[in-house]
Design a binder for this molecule. Structure first.
Ligand SMILES: [Fe+2]
Length: 283
């Protein structure tokens, strides 16, 4: 079995970092505080960091590997890959290692026990008591070189290919790769642009998803896509947009995969991305 990895955190770039932090505090019920220009937004299994930069781009995505044996296996398997410079990110443990993907997105890996426990903090504090659980689970990127990106994530970083989306000529339009038993940890969408697409927070059941939708409604945060059900992953979902236009997804019922699961094949059409109706097509 390949070393398992779970998404723990996205560090987003933004020209309006405090505004984005305020959005995640309200919409996702996170507690946010700022240290040296970086906003740390967290609540029980979900985490978003925001600091200065270009809208729609990542500083990095952080994955945790759960035990030392798998960490050693991962570092051995990736020892010949060029490493990314992580010096700008003081919040990362010194043992973290990073890689730049073909689009220059920075992917960081860390042994779970080397991650600091979040400190309780002040500043932007949302009312979280009544909100259901939801944990950072997957994210998606738009790319102009989806074949190269698929090769990098599966062959170099050791993610497992779950599903592919191809057009009528057999050209790859999107793919979904997993780092653990959940259907996708990362989705790659072929597109005319190169940017961050969305991050997703997995909630335990349909009931909780409904409660999250009611929460967004109370805040007058518009649901911009969904409620729907994705073909790949079979998860029910809805999406909202942060002030930079990044999509944030609440998802539930994502498919749990066995090691022997065959790669799924999907047509490039709206129905693939939403079995119930309309889709946001990236190409
Ligand atoms: Fe998603």
């Amino acid at each position: 079995m390949r070393p398992q990895r779970h998404l723990k955190r996205l560090h987003l770039q933004s020209p309006h970092a405090s505004m984005l932090a305020n959005f995640y505090a309200r919409a996702l019920g996170m507690t946010c505080h700022e240290v040296n220009g970086t906003w740390f937004c967290r609540h029980e299994g979900r985490e978003v960091l925001v600091s200065e930069g270009q809208a729609g781009q990542l500083h990095y995505a952080l994955f945790a590997i759960q035990n030392s044996a798998q960490w050693e296996e991962f570092t051995r398997a990736t020892q010949d890959l060029p490493k990314a410079n992580l010096a700008a990110y003081a919040e990362l443990p010194h043992t973290a290692i990073g890689f730049m993907d073909p689009d220059q997105n920075r992917m960081v890996f860390v042994l779970e026990s080397d991650l600091e426990e979040p400190h309780p903090s002040s500043s932007l504090t949302a009312k979280t008591a009544s909100l259901p659980a939801a944990v950072s689970q997957h994210f998606a990127l738009r790319t102009q070189q989806v074949d190269n990106m698929k090769r990098f994530y599966t062959e170099d970083l050791g993610f497992t290919l779950s599903d592919v989306v191809q057009d009528d000529s057999g050209q790859l339009k999107a793919c979904f790769v997993r780092g653990n038993e959940m259907h996708h940890t990362l989705a790659l969408f072929g597109a005319p642009v190169t940017c961050f697409d969305h991050q997703s927070f997995e909630t335990p059941s349909w009931d909780e998803l409904k409660n999250w939708a009611d929460h967004m409604g109370r805040l007058r945060i518009e649901i911009v896509w969904g409620v729907g059900r994705h073909g790949p992953g079979n998860d029910v979902f809805f999406m909202v947009r942060d002030p930079d236009g990044n999509l944030a997804e609440i998802s539930s019922e994502i498919e749990i995969c066995t090691d022997s699961r065959p790669v799924g094949q999907w047509k490039h059409e709206e129905r693939t991305l939403n079995l119930w109706g309309k889709a946001i097509m990236r190409s």
